[in-house]
Design a protein around this ligand. Structure first.
Ligand code: ATP
Length: 496
């Protein structure tokens, strides 16, 4: 991860936010190439959801419309959705170090006879655990212990636990609720009455507009509303680069259907969404689908079919996986809650079911856009000792921030005008780079590190016979093609 983070900064993918002030924990800025990469992933999602949504089980394309709702909504929204009351992670504090941990992120090594049970962050590697056991003067043999999540232990046992950053047991407090929503105020006067929240998910903006969309467009249940946008959570322990940040972007679609069809649609969307992540470049072997256990289900999912996550094997979770997207059955929880709190009728009168009146159920594929960007970068990062850069980013052509680079072999003579002309022609169709400075090896190295799939080099032969060299990023193989065939060549390659 250290190498990935450093490449992201060096080449302009991702910078710490407020870098010149020393950063701000949990916030990140997307640089010139990171923005392009994020836009590519975002646009592909929008295309697959809204522009060309999939063919449904009945052979007809499903209906999905787009939305861009406000980040700040009437605060009653978050009371109705359960976020004001319940959107919090139970936390335990360490009385000695004043550190705060998410209860579900700590694991404890228990052993029935022992009176000291060391706790660790869930991602701590076994060799680190062994080292610490030694330091604590305990037998460094993992087979003597059982690994238990802290959420599974009763409060009475907390006295035996040695917190992750201390040497003696008994410093962890009971779990307390910690609200994750950022608060702000609307208007000039800051009081309880003017308190508002930055949205912690984009989904609620969709539920608030369910009726507006039904009344103003020609959609009929089943249909979906899709939205991409920022979400904010005051995460207690932001970490793992952009994986868990306090400001991030989500791509969420709420699929409204009859309760009786919820299972069919959940299966449908689970398959569609897993295919999406593969289509943008994540390999089969790095993705798994995991059903939630009953004790991790969200408040809205308790009654229904539950949630299945699409998870990715990030370098910091390996050999385990981290959530990329959840496909939840939210039942009719949200629309019902907004109906109760707003007093507005949100039931649907279904002409195709003998005018049955019902509150639709919701299947929600909720993905992290910024977390997806991290998965794309981790997947693409390829070490290769045989090239000057030592590493290249193996993006699919569709996701690569730059599709091609045009490199005049020598920066001063007649190669440059030909390269510039080609650049001006190609950029109408593709994001391309014209790179004139430095020797050709350094320029190839830079393009490898930013994941550009093709480089076209203009040299003396171009002047003599109208051909250019194409260099393919992964194989470094070179061939010559005709200068006037370059656009067609790229068009062909971008289809993959
Ligand atoms: P977690 O259990 O990891 O906190 P969650 O289950 O609460 O996540 P959801 O509410 O289902 O997450 O959000 C949908 C998606 O939004 C997640 O799958 C993830 O990709 C993304 N996401 C959630 N929280 C964050 C965060 N703090 N930083 C970046 N992405 C996030």
């Amino acid at each position: 991860m250290k190498d990935i983070v450093s490449l992201c900064k060096r080449r302009g993918f991702i910078f710490p936010a407020s870098d010149i002030y020393g950063g701000l924990n949990g916030f990140w800025d997307y640089g010139p190439l990171g923005t392009e990469l994020k836009n590519n992933l975002r646009d592909r999602w929008w295309k697959d959801m809204v522009t060309t949504p999939p063919i449904g089980p009945d052979g007809a394309p499903v209906q999905i419309v787009g939305l861009d709702s406000s980040i700040i909504q009437n605060p009653k929204t978050w009371v109705a959705s359960g976020h004001v009351g319940g959107f919090s992670d139970p936390m335990v504090d360490c009385k000695e170090t004043k550190k705060r941990y998410r209860q579900d992120h700590l694991v404890v090594l228990t052993a029935e006879k022992a009176d000291r049970w060391p706790a660790f962050h869930e991602e701590t590697e076994d060799d680190e655990i062994l080292k610490r056991l030694k330091k604590l003067g305990m037998p460094s043999d993992l087979s003597l212990f059982e690994k238990t999540n802290l959420t599974k232990l009763p409060i009475e046992d907390y006295a035996k636990i040695i917190g992750p950053d201390v040497k003696e047991p008994g410093t962890l407090t009971e779990p307390k609720e910690f609200n994750l929503m950022f608060e702000t105020y609307t208007g000039a006067i800051q009081s309880e009455d003017s308190k508002a929240y930055l949205r912690p998910e984009t989904a609620q903006g969709i539920f608030l507009n369910f009726k507006n969309v039904l009344d103003s467009s020609r959609v009929k249940v089943p249909f979906g509303i899709a939205q991409i946008g920022k979400a904010f959570r005051n995460e207690v322990t932001p970490r793992n680069f952009i994986f868990r940040s306090r400001e991030f972007e989500q791509m969420e679609m709420e699929w409204f259907c009859h309760g009786g069809e919820a299972k069919m649609w959940q299966d449908f969307w689970l398959e569609e969404r897993a295919n999406f992540w593969k289509a943008v470049g994540l390999s089969d072997g790095n993705i798994i689908i995991r059903g939630h256990d009953a004790d991790e289900l969200a408040h809205y999912a308790k009654e229904g079919l539950g949630t299945s996550d699409i998870e990715y094997k990030f370098p910091f979770t390996d050999p385990g996986y981290g959530e990329l997207e959840g496909i939840a059955h939210r039942c009719d929880f949200d629309l019902k809650a907004h109906e109760e709190h707003s007093g507005q009728k949100l039931a649907y009168l279904d002409p195709s079911r003998d005018n049955e009146r019902y509150i639709p159920h919701v299947i929600e594929p909720a993905a992290g856009l910024t977390r997806g960007v991290l998965a794309l970068i981790c997947e693409a990062y390829t070490v290769d000792e045989n090239r000057p850069s030592g590493v290249y980013l193996n993006f699919t052509p569709a996701m690569a921030p730059k599709k091609a680079a045009i490199l005049p072999l020598i920066g001063k003579d007649e190669h440059v005008p030909i390269a510039t002309k080609l650049y001006l022609e190609l950029r109408e169709e593709f994001p391309v780079d014209l790179d004139i400075k430095q020797n050709i090896g350094k320029r190839y190295a830079r393009q490898d590190e930013i994941g550009t799939p093709y480089c076209f080099t203009i040299d003396n032969d171009t002047i003599a016979d109208g051909t250019v060299t194409v260099r393919e990023r992964n194989t470094m193989a070179q061939e010559r093609i005709s200068l006037d065939k370059v656009a067609e060549y790229l068009r062909e390659k971008m289809k993959v």
